[in-house]
Design a protein around this ligand. Structure first.
Ligand code: GLY
Length: 259
């Protein structure tokens, strides 16, 4: 079955890291309502949601994706690029330990999971303010024996690679070509975001369904027209903290637990 690890919205999310947005007030109750609807959607789509308690001292900790990359064979615990986020790792390590062998990105490397795009056995890692070549080399050493090819990729105009491109299937990407060049992503079918929706490339694949943020109906139509089953999810309050849909979960296969 699919497990989705999530974490409650921190009461201090207003103190989150920001890289390209102006700080604007975040309504914590609205953010929690959006997050709850996201979790409910994951449950409806067949995930067993494991929600970790909110962390008052870790403003960005709802964005669990940045702290680990879970592959079939191993979970890689990252070393987040923002120092304020490194305390998020211990609880995620404890949560993932029953499911996977753990490996770690070590200093001086920095890596945010939001920069790691897995498409089949190709793993593209964004070179951003949060992820560097040292981490890419370490990642390659960890997963190379499992048959993965790891590629560094330049990104512009956004926080993470997955603000620029995500995978709706192993051979199909949703991409904002202003932020990343498709030439660097292998020979894959690309669905471009609608030009009026530059942030729409961040979508979540849950089994055969694609979650798209409610703010991006035109891109949702494009993904639907390409043959995918699309669900819309409200995520606008967390977007003020530079968090998108993929940021809010770690989704992976795990054996079903007996009751
Ligand atoms: N606020 C999201 C991040 O900076 O990691």
């Amino acid at each position: 079955m699919l497990v989705a690890v999530t974490r409650g919205v921190s009461p201090t999310i207003a103190d989150c890291e920001l890289t390209h947005l102006e700080r604007t007030p975040i309504d914590i109750e609205v953010a929690r309502a959006h997050h709850a609807a996201y979790e409910a959607t994951l449950t409806e789509l067949g995930c067993r949601v494991e929600q970790l308690p909110a962390e008052p001292d870790l403003p960005d900790s709802v964005f669990v994706e940045d702290v680990a990359v879970v592959l079939e064979e191993v979970a890689v615990i990252t070393r987040p690029g923002a120092e304020s986020r490194r305390g998020e790792r211990s609880s995620i390590e404890r949560t993932l330990e029953p499911y996977r062998t753990l490996a770690h990105i070590r200093s001086p490397g920095i890596l945010d999971g939001g920069d790691v795009l897995v498409a089949g056995h190709d793993i593209h890692i964004g070179l951003t303010s949060r992820s560097d070549t040292s981490a890419i080399d370490q990642f390659r050493a960890i997963v190379g024996d499992h048959g993965y090819r790891v590629h560094g990729v330049a990104v512009r105009g956004c926080l993470h690679l997955k603000s620029a491109v995500t995978a709706v299937a192993d051979d199909t990407l949703v991409i904002n070509p202003e932020r990343v060049s498709a030439d660097h992503l292998g020979d894959r079918r690309c669905i471009s975001v609608d030009p009026a929706e530059p942030d729409a490339a961040n979508v979540v694949r849950v089994g055969g369904t694609i979650l798209v943020a409610a703010a991006y109906p035109r891109t949702a139509d494009r993904i639907s027209a390409a043959g995918f089953d699309v669900r819309s999810v409200e995520a606008s309050e967390l977007a003020k903290a530079e968090g998108a849909l993929t940021c809010c979960s770690l989704i992976f296969d795990a054996p079903e637990r007996n009751a």
